[in-house]
Write a protein that binds this ligand. Structure first.
Ligand code: 6GU
Length: 250
């Protein structure tokens, strides 16, 4: 997968080269390009923003600069695939694990990181005539710009790519992969500061362990994310699941 990021703060994306993502780049699983938006300015001040039509606070990012940047970064070589353009914005559709799974099948992603109040909407509308475009938010809070959101989304996508995670089973057992939060986990020692590891995990009874883990996941989801339980498709919970949840409500 090839990932490009356009930003006025290229240094913000430095963490991409660290740890898990850095290793994936070194191994050639991901190719990353970070581009300074100001490279596409023509004026001496290298300005990227202007005051909003209709008035109001803040500044809007200029269409001319973004237009040229996207023309160049999103260009396709002969027969090559068009990228999916991602525009991080608190006004976007929610980014979820499903989004990450869907994007992990793309050959190319381009992230257009805006600052200030946003990017002139015509940039997004124009790009959408040539490539798939998604305006997405990573949660119900406001960040200063799209850079940190892009880092979050790139990490969520990259860890799903083959050969990026050490253990491919971990991606399948994630919180959200079965619609529930993951329960607690334990390692040695057996007793730490007077706290013992739950007996069932040391019992060797694999069916009992699986049932206990499922119940813990149900319990955690019930208390922390009741919205996830309410949204589970019909038939996702079996009789044993429903019985455990029933006991929690009593
Ligand atoms: Cl994607 N961008 C910004 N600036 N703020 C956000 C966000 C994105 N998602 C949540 N808040």
């Amino acid at each position: 997968m090839r990932i490009d990021v356009i930003t006025i703060f290229p240094d913000y994306l430095a963490p991409l080269r660290e740890a898990l993502l850095g290793k994936a780049i070194d191994r050639g699983r991901i190719e990353v390009g970070v581009h300074d938006l100001r490279d596409w300015t023509h004026d001496v001040h290298r300005s990227v923003d202007d005051s909003p039509y209709g008035g109001g606070p803040g500044m809007v990012m200029k269409p001319q600069v973004w237009g040229e940047a996207l023309d160049e970064v999103c260009a396709t070589d002969a027969g090559g695939p068009a990228p999916r353009l991602v525009v991080p914005t608190p006004a976007g559709r929610p980014f979820t694990q499903r989004t990450a799974v869907r994007w992990s099948a793309e050959p190319r992603l381009v992230f257009a990181c805006g600052r200030y109040e946003g990017i002139d909407q015509r940039v997004i509308d124009d790009a959408a005539t040539r490539m798939p475009v998604e305006e997405v938010s990573i949660g119900d809070y406001v960040l200063v710009g799209g850079e940190v959101a892009a880092l979050v989304m790139i990490e969520a996508v990259a860890r799903l790519l083959p050969g990026v995670l050490g253990n491919p089973m971990s991606a399948e057992q994630d919180s959200f992969s079965d619609g529930l939060l993951e329960g607690p986990c334990y390692t040695r020692p057996e007793v730490w500061r007077g706290r013992a590891v739950p007996d069932v995990l040391r019992s060797g009874n694999h069916a009992a362990i699986a049932r206990w883990r499922r119940d813990q996941a149900l319990e955690r989801t019930y208390h922390r994310r009741p919205d996830l339980l309410a949204a589970m498709p019909e038939g996702t919970l079996d009789a044993a699941d429903r019985e455990h949840l029933g006991r929690l409500g009593e």
